[in-house]
Design a protein around this ligand. Structure first.
Ligand code: HEM
Length: 442
């Protein structure tokens, strides 16, 4: 490939053959922030031999999220995910995606959210009741289990969730462990064999439930029912084999992402007693014990929501998103040649001094009505943007807000782990193991 002189400038420190790959794996934030310091909002990395353009700053991020798949393609970079979950929704071709999009979005419409919120509250309250009066817990794993419980009850429905049991989540974890963007996905490696076996078991478990739901007369209020009933753009319901792929893909998109940020939001509140006092005062006023969770309460929990928003900015679960340039792109004075990978970076984009003041500090009030920092639609890209903006954003925000509200309403907590770092997974980032001591309030 010939690369013209006006391609985005490369960050310093590329190694022969490896390029920046090693540093990207070891210290992604440091590398990307150096790129910004050296070259500004648009620069390039080399992953082994492949050049990657990094687009940061609200306007370049807007470009990333609003270009159609003809210019910036999503399918190729996420192909390794499609091997696991199937070519459904955002992992499928543009035509498949557009056909299935109505089904995807009805799952998170306001009407359906109204049904999810009470179910969410039952799941979170059951978790809190199970903690006992006092003890210690490891937050990251605990949030993982809780988010599974919430997702299971809301999307699969309490009855399907109970019927599938722990085996479903054990198999689902095997799918996650086989995520690998580098190796050919059909290699006969043990992790890929276990992945295929797990997928087959999930399919076998779901098949009779799908058949029962389709043939039965009872209508349930869960997401599963909607997946089965809602017509795609072509007027047809999702075929059975797509329903189970869609469930797996949704769990992937929404599970570790929400768990990681929920854990961080608790950590941030524990580290910031002044802001925690504001949240506690709000809870005492608008969300005392016994309050039912609904859209009105969610709106009233403003200080709690701002803490969730600031967590999304400061410690997002999804830090880099990828596309493939399908044609030459001229942006910010550079040419990004066809064939390059293109990525975003929250490490840079969420820390730009011209957009966010004192960006490395936890300051939820930056998003308050008075300050309205980062009000550009594409300044905070935790949930992406444009056509593929996170379908589950409202669900995730409502869930994280509820977890904070009920936890701090009912427990006093103390952070026991001092040094907490970002642990990067292929699906999402999360905090490293974090221990918390808790005591039920009198
Ligand atoms: C804190 C939690 C979450 C974060 C940070 C997050 C982040 C994101 C991001 C960044 C994208 C865009 C990906 C891209 O453009 O390449 C996305 C898309 C998506 N997310 Fe989420 N997500 C979260 C929770 C959820 C939940 C709970 C669900 C549903 C169960 C969900 C379902 C989806 C779906 C279906 C898409 C694809 C939308 C489309 O292509 O139209 N997400 N998410």
């Amino acid at each position: 490939m010939t690369v013209s002189a006006s391609t985005p400038p490369f960050v310093s420190g590329a190694l022969p053959l490896l390029g920046h790959a090693l540093e990207f794996m070891r210290n992604q934030d440091g590398l990307l922030r150096r790129g910004y310091r050296e070259h500004g909002q648009v620069f390039a990395l080399r992953m082994f031999r492949n050049p990657v353009a990094v687009l940061t700053g609200p306007e370049n991020q807007k470009y990333f999220f609003t270009m159609t798949d003809k210019t910036l393609d999503m399918e190729k970079p996420y192909d390794f995910l499609a091997t696991i979950f199937g070519k459904v929704a955002f992992l499928g071709s543009h035509a498949t995606y557009m056909n299935q999009r109505p089904v995807l979005h009805v799952l998170f419409g306001r009407e359906q959210m109204t049904k999810y919120l009470p179910e969410m509250q039952v799941a979170v309250q059951e978790w809190l009741d199970g903690l006992g009066d006092s003890g210690e817990m490891e937050l990251t794993d605990e949030m993982n289990r809780l988010v599974q419980e919430v997702a299971g009850r809301c999307f699969l429905g309490p009855e399907v969730h109970a019927r599938l049991g722990a085996a479903f989540w054990r198999d689902y974890a095997l799918l996650g462990k086989a995520l690998d963007p580098l190796l050919p996905p059909r290699l006969p490696l043990p992790k890929f064999i276990r992945r295929d076996q797990a997928k087959a078991r999930i399919r076998r478990a779901l098949a009779p439930i799908i058949a029962e739901r389709r043939n039965g007369t009872e209508r349930r209020a869960d997401g599963f029912q909607l997946l089965l009933e809602t017509a795609q753009a072509d007027g047809q319901p999702l075929p059975a084999e797509v329903v189970d792929s869609m469930i797996m893909a949704l769990m992937f998109a929404g599970h570790e992402t929400t768990a990681g940020q929920a854990a961080w939001s608790i950590i941030h509140l524990l580290r910031h007693p002044e802001y925690r006092a504001r949240v506690q005062a709000e809870l005492a006023q608008v969300f005392p014990p016994g309050t039912a969770y609904d859209h009105v309460k969610l709106r009233e929990l403003e200080a709690t929501r701002l803490a969730v928003d600031e967590t999304s900015r400061l410690t997002p679960s999804t830090e880099t998103l990828f596309r493939a340039a399908e044609e030459d792109i001229v942006l910010d004075g550079y040419t990004i040649p066809r064939g390059w990978l293109v990525q975003t970076s929250t490490a840079v984009g969420h820390a730009l001094p011209e957009v966010f003041s004192d960006a490395d500090s936890f300051d939820p009030l930056r998003f308050s009505a008075e300050r309205r920092e980062g009000k550009h639609t594409f300044a905070n890209i935790t949930f992406g943007g444009g056509l593929h903006k996170c379908a589950g954003m409202n669900f995730a925000n409502a869930e994280m807000t509820l977890v904070l509200a009920l936890l701090f309403q009912q427990f006093d907590l103390e952070l026991l782990t001092d040094e907490i770092k970002v642990e990067r997974g292929l699906g999402a980032s999360r905090p490293t193991k974090t221990w918390v001591r808790y005591q039920r309030k009198a």
